[in-house]
Design a protein around this ligand. Structure first.
Ligand SMILES: [Zn+2]
Length: 384
């Protein structure tokens, strides 16, 4: 842990969190979140702050720390994920945090252990100063953000709250909007035949070409409607598989599609629209036979009202801190959309840049981690 002796307590905690391998166990060699959950829990227990666990997967719990508030009926949730993406292809030692020129390097340093460390110290600082905040405060350190969002889904069961702040690298900007994601497969079935007599078969690749052109046209249509913070919805074909060998008429072709959703679009409506495109192709071509599979991933968009109390407070606090208080949108999804769907006005805010998240050389500016600590502390102190 080179150069770590001279850094402030929040950064010390960040270094400790980075040194714990918490690669999501859905990725190769990932041990999951057990060890980091225990460490987070001990951090609070040692300070006399109440904690408990929520089992999400066997040996992979969410940890919740709670500070009582003056009004027991109101709650603010600080939420950060404890897992990271894999370390494959990393250009630095992932779990040996190193500080150089004001930056801390390592897997998860930016996404999102920096935000987690800052939130932990914000809660601890209030408790240490004997301050009872206006609302009850929950710090939720949740599992599985980087794979299937099961941690936040568990957290949301029966959860109520008046505000949630989710830690992700937003470069210290308050984020109120993000796109949703829908990923699914379309499979076209054809009829195999010898390539010397292709008229005896049905070429699945040729039919898939029609689907792809139709999706390309759909992308152009989507580009015409622009959300002020997020830009347009998009559709992209990222994978294609088809055929067996060159002298066969292919009887099968499949594509994988990534569709980014705008606020207001629902997964069900969007899927219905694409089923409509397939039905139109079927009407034009009698041998066309395509099916849509159950989506591999769905996540609806986030849009918190700019005039909601949490958004307004965030904007005010940032301006007071001399930072940019403009409420903005980001092109990545997070746990915030799930908290928002639970009826809790949610923001995303944290230190670090999304450009360094998941990167071969992941780092965070320690100054930003300190500023994030100040922000989270002020937020829970002032949200009433
Ligand atoms: Zn993240």
């Amino acid at each position: 842990m080179m150069g770590l002796m001279r850094i402030p307590p929040v950064s010390q905690t960040l270094a400790r969190l980075v040194s714990i391998n918490s690669v999501n166990s859905s990725y190769e060699g990932g041990p999951g979140e057990r060890e980091i959950a225990t460490w987070v829990r001990c951090f609070f227990e040692q300070r006399g702050i109440e904690t408990w666990e929520q089992d999400v997967f066997p040996g992979r719990p969410n940890v919740i720390a709670r500070l009582p508030g003056r009004d027991a009926s109101r709650r603010v949730i600080l939420e950060a994920h404890t897992d990271t993406v894999s370390v494959q292809g990393m250009g630095i030692p992932p779990f040996e945090p190193r500080v150089e020129a004001g930056r801390l390097y390592g897997r998860g340093s930016c996404d999102t252990k920096a935000g987690l460390a800052a939130m932990m110290h914000a809660v601890a600082a209030l408790h240490e100063d004997g301050i009872t905040p206006p609302c009850e405060v929950w710090l939720a350190a949740v599992v599985d953000e980087e794979f299937s969002y099961r941690g936040v889904v568990k957290l949301c069961e029966g959860l109520t709250g008046q505000a949630a702040v989710v830690a992700e690298p937003t470069g210290l900007r308050a984020v109120i909007a993000s796109k949703g994601v829908l990923r699914w497969r379309i499979v076209v079935r054809g009829k195999a035949a010898h390539s010397g007599k292709p008229d005896l078969g049905v070429n699945a690749i040729n039919h898939m070409a029609r689907v792809i052109l139709s999706l390309e046209e759909d992308h152009r249509r989507l580009a015409k409607r622009v959300h002020p913070l997020l830009g347009p919805a998009t559709v992209n074909v990222g994978v294609i598989h088809g055929g067996v060998q060159v002298n066969f008429v292919p009887d099968n072709c499949a594509i994988e599609i990534d569709r980014r959703l705008l606020p207001g679009e629902t997964v069900a409506d969007v899927l219905k629209h694409y089923q409509g495109l397939l039905d139109a192709l079927k009407a034009q071509h009698p041998t066309f036979d395509a099916a849509m599979e159950t989506p591999m991933l769905t996540d609806e968009a986030l849009e918190t009202a700019a005039d909601s109390a949490p958004a307004q407070l965030a904007s005010t606090l940032l301006a007071e801190m001399g930072l940019d208080g403009t409420l903005s949108g980001v092109p990545f999804s997070s746990d915030a959309s799930k908290l928002s769907r639970q009826g809790i006005p949610s923001l995303v805010f944290g230190p670090g840049s999304i450009d360094q998240a998941h990167a071969a050389v992941e780092f965070v500016e320690l100054d930003e981690v300190e500023r994030a600590f100040e922000f989270y502390r002020s937020f829970i102190l002032r949200f009433a």
